[in-house]
Design a protein around this ligand. Structure first.
Ligand code: TZP
Ligand code: MG
Length: 223
């Protein structure tokens, strides 16, 4: 049976996968629904909703809208940080940071829905694997102004090390763009997560389309 968990793993391990993060605070003030529609129109197949510092009710309402539109488009939907909002809106998964609820607790509540864990080093990646995560986020790969992570850029050599150390799908994050995505996939990131590159683009749908089209580019032949 195809559970949300399986579908998510399949989506992020698809060659040269893109993991779009919808953070309303990063979209240059453009209306939420127009950003969401543009990501879907461009062909995003996984969207994470990330909303920091807004009231729970607002986050919930954005999640309800995101669920409705992603379902209609056949796109997977992940909620950042908030297990309660993931569960109550029927999301396909939740993405948790190192300071969020423990993975074991999340698994108990999420059952066959997906769980991703943010990691920044080898120990965290191994813990996530032992704990039964479905994928890890790993980063920041490059410098980024979108989030103060408290970690210097991990770089591609570190990504390669993580690739060797874990069998989990890796969603690389932090400063990833249309220009450097190829290098990140080559270094072992299954999927590239992007916020600013997508949401600050003039034409978001076109940006998504171009990144997905990189699958056809020459470097794509090696995997
Ligand atoms: N976690 C590590 S870096 C980062 C997060 C949420 C920000 C990524 O944003 P961008 O704009 O794609 O660099
Ligand atoms: Mg988090």
């Amino acid at each position: 049976m195809s559970t949300s968990r399986n579908l998510l793993v399949r989506a992020v391990t698809r060659p040269h996968s893109l993991y779009a993060i919808l953070d309303p605070a990063q979209s240059k003030g453009r209306p939420f629904l127009s950003i969401l529609s543009a990501l879907l129109k461009g062909g995003a197949s996984v969207i994470q909703l990330r909303a920091k510092g807004i009231p729970s009710r607002e986050f919930f309402q954005l999640a309800v809208e995101t669920r409705r539109h992603t379902s209609a488009a056949g796109c997977l939907f992940i909620v950042n940080d908030r297990l309660d909002i993931a569960l109550s809106t029927g999301a396909d998964g939740v993405h948790l940071g190192q300071g969020d609820l423990p993975l074991a607790v999340a698994r108990r509540l999420m059952g066959d829905r997906g769980i991703g864990i943010s990691t920044h080093d080898l120990d965290q990646a191994k813990d996530a694997e032992r704990g039964g995560a479905d994928y890890i986020g790993f980063g920041p790969i490059f410098g980024t102004a979108t989030k103060h992570t408290g970690y210097p850029p991990r770089g591609l050599p570190m990504l390669k090390k993580i690739r060797k150390a874990t069998n989990l799908p890796i969603v690389a994050i932090g400063g990833i763009s249309e220009q450097n995505a190829g290098m990140v996939w080559e270094a072992g990131g299954n999927s590239v997560a992007m916020i600013g590159e997508l949401l600050r683009a003039e034409n978001i749908a076109e940006k998504v389309r171009r990144i997905l089209a990189l699958r056809q580019a020459p470097f794509a032949s090696s995997s």
